[in-house]
Write a protein that binds this ligand. Structure first.
Ligand code: UDX
Length: 492
């Protein structure tokens, strides 16, 4: 199928690449020229394991604007990059909107990019003279509940504007005058499309795996035609036929859940809010475990074996961060407020997470007393391993607090090489051993696998005081104590 993906951020790139991998022809559009030039040269602007090799395998370049026929005759499954929105609109039978909805200072999502793209799609459908060809417009950006209908209105608005302009010019040419534009029936020239919501549930660091092995595919739409097309698009994933090594008969098909638009949009928020709730819950239990002498890792195992609870997202630690959980839980609270619904559980989930980050600093204070002048080394900075993403990372709160208390902060993260603006005041080191040199304490912030194989004896030997706060319950307390560390975990 011909698919256009508008917005080559994290979700757009992963979606485009994976659709190419399962045999679709994909054009990715972005208005950032530098980014598109880099992508055309095979450079992926984000770190996501496996993404670069898929893009490389399916890249069809350079883009020749007149080469559509050639493109159609190349082997199935390609991905191209362009800044030309109208080219993308002309090409795709399915058009994904995957632009960002970053939080405004108020906390509300900034919808200006979604709006610009929706209007652009409407205009493009008229200007490319392809409005009568049916399209499915898929909203994959995380938007406030109810935005599907708003996207539809924006597309129609853009189309109406372009139709008026086009007909004005056309009729002026016909009539030889600008003064008497031919009247036209707007309804008769509007494009033929449906808007569908298709939330993504990708985890950074395992987004490719998640795309090919989803727990479910959710489609919000009331159009049988659009639903059928979306099912066809995802069929290779639903029945596992994309994978030559899979034995589809041994694997049940991936659930394909069809809902109305608003419910699909709500599924995304409710899923993320529930997962964040699970983490905040176990973190609260962890604090009680500490006081009563229990070990939260054992408790999590014990409750996770109950199939009604499940073992995942029960790792106690420094708390959740990233580009989705903080934004989505807050957005759901605000939606509740907008509709006069109380959300005490969600508010407590956020508050527990805020306190959890500060507990790291409290633990350091308990052991070191005054932090002023002490040197603290952070092992890891990103909000979780296998990503270079620092958005709302718990490390940022810890750094802010430590600097406020007068401590000197050093850090090492395998993915954070240069000093970023948000890391002002932090001295970056190139490995764990040099980080530990002269530190009064280390804090494990991100559980990067490479930290498991560090020489703990040398790590401890280089420190002024061998104290480690394990913010992810990543290390074996016994092993760390054997290496000479004073070990403090989270709830154990
Ligand atoms: C999340 C959702 O999982 C995904 O479905 C959605 O589409 C986007 O948001 P992501 O933000 O990539 O994905 O990270 P995830 O792996 O879910 O972790 C989120 C945060 O929770 C991280 O800071 C992580 O360290 C923390 N976490 C996760 C815990 O503290 N404990 C756990 O048991 C699991």
């Amino acid at each position: 199928m011909n698919v256009t993906v508008i917005g080559t951020g994290y979700v757009g790139l992963v979606t485009g690449a994976c659709l190419a991998q399962i045999g679709h022809q994909v054009i990715c559009v972005d208005n950032n020229r530098d980014k598109v030039a880099a992508l055309q040269a095979g450079k992926i602007p984000i770190y996501e394991p496996g993404l670069e090799s898929i893009v490389f395998r399916h890249s069809y370049r350079p883009i020749d604007p007149k080469a559509d026929h050639e493109a159609a005759s190349t082997p199935p499954g390609f991905i191209q990059f362009t800044t030309d929105l109208n080219r993308g609109i002309e090409f795709g039978d399915i058009i994904f909107i995957t632009v960002g909805t970053p939080a405004l200072p108020s906390g509300d999502p900034n919808l200006q990019y979604v709006e610009a793209v929706a209007r652009g799609i409407g205009q493009g459908l008229i200007r490319t003279q392809t409005r009568s060809r049916y399209r499915v417009i898929v909203n994959k950006s995380t938007v406030p509940i109810g935005s599907g209908d708003w996207v539809r209105m924006m597309i129609l608005d853009g189309a109406a504007q372009a139709a008026k302009e086009e007909l004005w010019v056309g009729s002026s040419v016909l009539a030889g005058s600008h003064s008497n534009p031919r009247r036209f029936d707007l309804q008769s020239v509007l494009p033929h499309f449906d808007v569908v919501s298709n939330p993504e549930f990708l985890r950074e660091g395992s987004a490719i795996w998640d795309t090919f092995h989803p727990d479910r595919i959710v489609i919000g739409s009331d159009s049988p035609t659009a639903i059928a097309i979306m099912r066809q698009l995802y069929e290779p994933i639903i029945n596992h036929s994309w994978d030559p090594e899979a034995t589809p008969e041994a694997q049940p098909p991936v659930p394909f859940l069809v809902t109305d638009l608003a419910s699909a949009e709500m599924v995304k928020y409710a899923a993320n809010a529930f997962l964040a709730t699970k983490i905040s819950f176990i973190n609260e239990v962890a604090t009680i475990c500490e006081r009563v002498g229990a070990d939260v890792t054992e408790v999590a195992r014990g409750i996770g074996l109950d199939s009604r609870i499940g073992p995942k997202f029960l790792n106690a630690g420094i708390g959740w961060g990233g580009s989705c959980f903080p934004k989505d839980v807050s957005a759901l609270v605000r939606t509740g407020a907008d509709y006069h619904c109380a959300t005490p559980i969600l508010e407590a989930v956020i508050e527990t997470n805020r306190q959890q980050r500060l507990r790291i600093v409290e633990k350091l204070q308990q052991e070191l007393k005054v932090l002023k002048g002490k040197t603290i080394g952070l092992l890891g900075l990103t909000f979780k391993p296998n990503t270079d993403d620092m958005r709302d990372a718990p490390s940022l709160t810890v750094i802010e607090q430590l600097l406020k208390l007068g401590a000197k902060v050093k850090a090492y993260d395998p993915m954070i090489q240069s000093n970023q603006g948000s890391l002002a005041g932090v001295q970056l080191e190139s490995d764990a051993l040099s980080l530990a040199q002269g530190c009064d304490a280390l804090v494990l912030v991100t559980e990067w696998p490479e930290f498991a194989s560090v020489d703990f004896d040398r790590l401890a030997a280089g420190m002024r005081r061998a104290l480690i706060v394990d913010g992810r319950n990543f290390f074996s307390p016994q092993q760390m104590r054997q290496a000479g560390f004073t070990y403090l975990g989270m709830g154990r």
